[in-house]
Design a protein around this ligand. Structure first.
Ligand code: ASP
Length: 452
């Protein structure tokens, strides 16, 4: 196999033992020569993530309060991880000194200041880890994203990679030929030379950008779970693990309930059809879940059942609605003008529903939406419903198979779950049911039993 880009998430770098585990993983395959690291996350449930501690320090600094406490906590986390590995305290302190200077830099642009400080979690971790790898007998090199050309938009806290980044980063292949490149996740540099971070969880995106740039044979994403399951373990007892699924299936599953990978991380690897493999740092024996552009058809048409709550619907009835030109455009423009995004818009001959995430609504919004319906659409009747859960059955096999909708609806009816809305996406790889939130667990279990 060619070059493997491995990204290790926060929990995979959270303790001395986890760092030793990474070293074991790197020794197992000499192709693992491009490593992307997160900042240390939680080793124990009571730990704070380094990124959260840094955010707390930023908050205090911006409000002219004393940030000594979160700063000391960050330093203590790094010391607790790397000192027991035999690294000299002076070397760790030298790296951590950078944090003090970041916190003393001008804070007149809060976004810039925030990103500069928060990115230190990944940056310092990568510097110290590269040094540790060298002491453990590897040839490793910390790579600074600025030197490597990971340029991003100046949208602080939500940066996007610039198109030229991929070409610049392809030079990393040279480093990886002779050494392990250790690259900090989560941030890049703007054209003006400022640090700008991606949104939370963005180290996944760094790994994906690098995998695309170096034409990786595989992008391994190491976390603390074995992979993706056919249903959420909070909903179904010991669900089966998915061995392989396609990028599209993964997108549909992550849309409701499966937050396995940063949303934006799929695009770069998808462009080059680079397989992503999700793996568990603490369970190397499990080969994880593979995400690819095309997979072998297996005996199952459905790969997973996802669900999520907190949706609401607005349903309009109007006689001869189907003949009224521009009705749909005017309807959706009401939501757009109120800066609301919608999820689904199933329709009948004389009725249409708009389903959205209830979390976006303010107390006055519902009233204003209905008022705008009256003004712009003159409906005969409007009804609203809150506390809807969406349950989705996902699988590329749905395109080929006749009767899956009937099978799913039958399973829900047998379990006594009332279907309020059914929507089969145009891609035909997912089927979404709107149900009462109190039925969510029952519905997921019924569908899981039916298809697995
Ligand atoms: N450390 C950052 C976060 O907690 C980025 C990451 O881990 O991917 O969001």
């Amino acid at each position: 196999m060619g070059l493997i880009v491995c990204k290790f998430g926060g929990s995979s770098v959270a303790s001395k033992e986890r760092i030793e585990q990474i070293v074991r993983i790197l020794r197992m395959d000499a192709n693992r020569r491009c490593v992307v690291l997160s900042a240390p996350g939680k080793a124990a449930a009571s730990d704070a993530k380094v990124t959260d501690l840094l955010l707390a320090a930023v908050d205090k600094a911006l409000n002219r309060q004393d940030y000594a406490e979160p700063l000391a906590a960050v330093k203590a986390r790094f010391a607790a991880i790397y000192e027991p590995l035999g690294m000299a305290k002076a070397a760790i302190d030298a790296a951590l000194g950078d944090l003090d200077s970041r916190l003393c830099s001008p804070a007149n642009h809060p976004g810039k200041f925030r990103d500069l400080v928060v990115a230190a979690g990944e940056d310092l971790n990568s510097r110290i880890f590269a040094e540790y790898l060298n002491s453990a007998g590897f040839r490793a090199r910390y790579v600074n994203p600025k030197d490597a050309g990971l340029f991003v938009t100046p949208t602080f806290g939500d940066a996007q990679p610039l198109p030229e980044a991929a070409a610049n980063l392809s030079e990393l292949k040279g480093i990886c030929a002779g050494e392990i490149a250790v690259f900090p996740g989560f941030f890049g540099y703007t054209a003006d030379g400022d640090v700008a971070t991606f949104s939370r969880g963005g180290s996944d995106l760094t790994g994906a950008i690098l995998a695309e740039a170096v034409d990786a044979a595989e992008y391994e994403n190491w976390t603390d779970v074995d992979g993706i399951f056919c249903a959420h373990p909070h909903m179904v007892d010991s669900p089966a693990q998915i061995s392989a699924l396609t990028y599209k299936e993964m997108r549909e599953l992550s849309y409701i309930g499966f937050n396995v990978l940063h949303e934006e991380a799929v695009r770069p690897v998808m462009r080059k059809k680079i397989p992503i493999r999700l793996r568990n740092t603490n369970n190397i024996a499990n080969s994880g879940t593979l995400i690819v552009s095309e997979r072998l058809p297996d005996e199952r048409d459905v790969v997973g059942v996802a669900s999520g709550g907190g949706y609401c619907s607005f349903t309009l009835q109007k006689f001869l609605m189907n003949r009224e030109k521009g009705f749909g455009r005017r309807l959706l423009s009401i939501f757009e003008e109120m800066n609301l995004s919608y999820e689904h818009c199933p329709s009948g001959v004389d009725n249409v529903s708009v389903i959205l995430d209830q979390g976006q609504l303010k107390p006055e919004t519902v009233n204003n939406i209905i008022r705008a319906f009256d003004d712009k659409l003159a409906p005969d009747e409007v009804s609203t419903e809150f506390g809807i859960a969406l349950v989705s059955v996902v699988g590329e096999g749905l395109v080929r198979k006749v009767g899956v909708l009937a099978q799913a609806a039958g399973a829900l009816s047998k379990a006594g779950v009332n279907i309020k809305m059914a929507n089969q996406g145009s891609s035909e790889i997912s089927m979404i049911f709107g149900i009462d939130a109190s039925d969510e667990k029952k519905a997921v279990n019924a569908l899981y039993q039916e298809f697995f």
